[in-house]
Design a protein around this ligand. Structure first.
Ligand code: HEC
Ligand code: HEC
Length: 467
């Protein structure tokens, strides 16, 4: 059997078993949802959190500043944030200058994945779904290493390179825009002693698969409602610990981790203070009212209600009910070693990693007009296609330029293609094409809008633009 035929068969099987086929919604009496209760969160200072996020030294290794500036250059005007102090003044928003052990370094910060320039402005908290993780980062890192001069620069460089070389093979995506962060985290856990956080060049746990399960990047402005983090709802308890693991590339002892955690109490407070930007165009108020009525009847049970008296149920919805691509949930559920590592480690004090219900969080839909592509793997380019599973393209290509974001639709302007990656040999020619037939990249399920008429869907979309 050819690989394509095997994938098609697997897709058919999944469709039948998980009731995620177009036009066959699971009756709402049978919906399997699990509510995640609120946990105590540490107090924190919003302003201090923003400063630490944008200027703090939570990334403990990186290329020397001189090498960075020589090889990568400085930021373009639209990438600069005005209030980040002298050392960062010329760096793009997603890079921070730090001094670690007396050495000046520059390293990518959280905004590498959690901000993007839209309409000429840096939008903090908006996932960067234009970033290209299809390249082999080891090559770029090696290139930079040749530019290091003298023993001190070489030592700083070597520390960073050793981590890049450990993670790069596990962070190569098939398509531009999807993100390998979960796989990178799994590699970093696998190379550390859970008790001491000491780094080991040899992995201590089994490493994750080389082919990462793809994900989108969720916006930060939904966090103020969420009792759990991550698409599968695995981040339970104190959120600040979970967030601080994203800085773990070179955090090799518990004292450093504890210091970072103290500051991440503030970062957590800052992230919870973020709200979605407002839709910038005029709306048809009658249509909005019609859409609200349909939404409250059809969608609110999972996604909550909006406005001053908002409600949010904090559901993790089972795979059987939502029917979207199962791989991320299944992989997370099967990663017992990694869940156990987190729970035994320093990060697990007050926080737990677990898969509370094999499935996905029904996310808050705040700012949904700006967060295409949709679903946890970014497999659906436009909002109307989320509401009509039969309209979703199997193979599609978009540009990665913010001018091609369609505000009215909303979603990404894209071209539907006849064939996917199977017909293309070259990895880089495949990269701009989203091929939903790869495992993990599927666009099935979430059929909750399929029974609506086109008019009803337009009304729901007009309403969704107000959130
Ligand atoms: C390489 C890209 C990348 C970087 C860098 C990164 N993140 Fe993330 N982040 C992601 C992805 C992808 C997810 C979604 C993972 C999932 O849910 O499976 C995520 C999820 C999150 C979430 C949970 C959001 C939600 O609604 O559940 C928080 C909070 C978060 N990141 C904070 C941070 C912080 C703080 C930093 C910096 C210390 C950071 N991230 C760095 C890619 C990244
Ligand atoms: C039974 C619960 C349930 C119902 C009912 C439901 N949804 Fe969802 N919705 C989910 C879950 C779970 C996800 C996440 C699925 C995934 O990412 O794989 C989701 C995802 C979405 C997304 C994509 C979010 C993103 O950030 O990519 C949108 C938009 C959405 N739903 C809108 C709606 C609308 C509109 C309705 C009503 C027509 C609706 N949903 C009904 C559970 C539900």
């Amino acid at each position: 059997m050819t690989k394509q035929a095997l994938i098609a068969l697997t897709a058919l099987w999944t469709c039948g078993v998980l009731a995620g086929c177009p036009g066959e919604p699971v009756p709402d009496d049978d919906w399997e949802t699990k509510t995640i209760e609120a946990a105590d969160q540490p107090e924190g200072d919003v302003e201090a959190g923003r400063d630490y996020l944008l200027m703090g030294d939570y990334s403990r290794c990186g290329p020397p500043r001189r090498v960075h500036d020589e090889v990568l250059g400085l930021g373009r005007p639209e990438q600069l944030l005005p209030d980040r102090g002298e050392a960062n003044a010329e760096l793009p928003y997603n890079e921070t200058a730090s001094t670690i052990d007396g050495q000046d370094i520059v390293i990518g910060n959280c905004l590498t994945c959690h901000a993007r320039v839209h309409d000429g402005e840096v939008v903090i908290g908006l996932g960067d779904i234009n970033r290209d993780f299809t390249k082999d980062f080891a090559v770029l890192a090696q290139l930079m290493s040749f530019a290091a001069q003298g023993e001190e620069e070489e030592a700083v460089m070597d520390r960073w390179i050793s981590r890049v070389l450990a993670t790069a093979p596990f962070s190569r995506m098939r398509t531009i825009g999807v993100n390998p962060a979960n796989n990178v985290a799994a590699v970093l856990f696998a190379h550390r002693d859970a008790e001491t956080l000491a780094w080991s060049d040899e992995p201590l746990l089994e490493e994750p698969p080389l082919d990462p399960v793809p994900t989108d990047v969720p916006p930060w402005w939904g966090l103020y409602k969420k009792n759990m983090l991550y698409y599968v709802g695995s981040g339970i308890g104190d959120h600040a610990h979970h967030m601080s693991t994203a800085s773990a590339l070179c955090v090799d002892d518990v004292d450093v981790a504890a210091d970072i955690y103290e500051n991440f109490k503030d970062v957590r407070a800052y992230l919870s203070s973020l709200r979605a930007p407002a839709y910038p165009r005029p709306l048809d108020e009658d249509l909005v009212d019609q859409g609200r009525a349909i939404f409250e009847q059809t969608c609110a049970r999972c996604h909550g209600t909006y406005g001053d008296d908002w409600t949010y149920p904090n559901y993790v919805v089972s795979l059987d009910t939502v029917g979207t691509d199962p791989l991320l949930a299944e992989w997370s559920g099967a990663s017992e070693d990694h869940l156990d590592w987190f729970n035994r480690s320093y990060y697990g004090s007050g926080s737990t990693e677990m898969v509370p219900n094999l499935g996905y969080v029904a996310p808050p839909l705040d700012g949904i007009w700006l967060t295409a592509p949709y679903l946890h793997n970014g497999s659906v380019p436009r909002l109307d296609q989320v509401l009509n599973s039969e309209a979703r393209p199997t193979y599609w290509a978009r540009s990665f330029a913010s001018e091609d974001y369609l505000l009215d639709v909303p979603g990404w302007q894209h071209e539907e293609l006849e064939t996917g990656h199977a017909e293309i040999q070259n990895w880089s020619d495949r990269a701009p094409i989203y091929d939903t037939t790869w495992p993990g990249y599927g666009n099935q399920g979430h059929t909750f809008g399929d029974h609506l008429t086109d008019e009803e869907r337009s009304a729901v979309i007009e309403y969704l633009k107000t959130l």
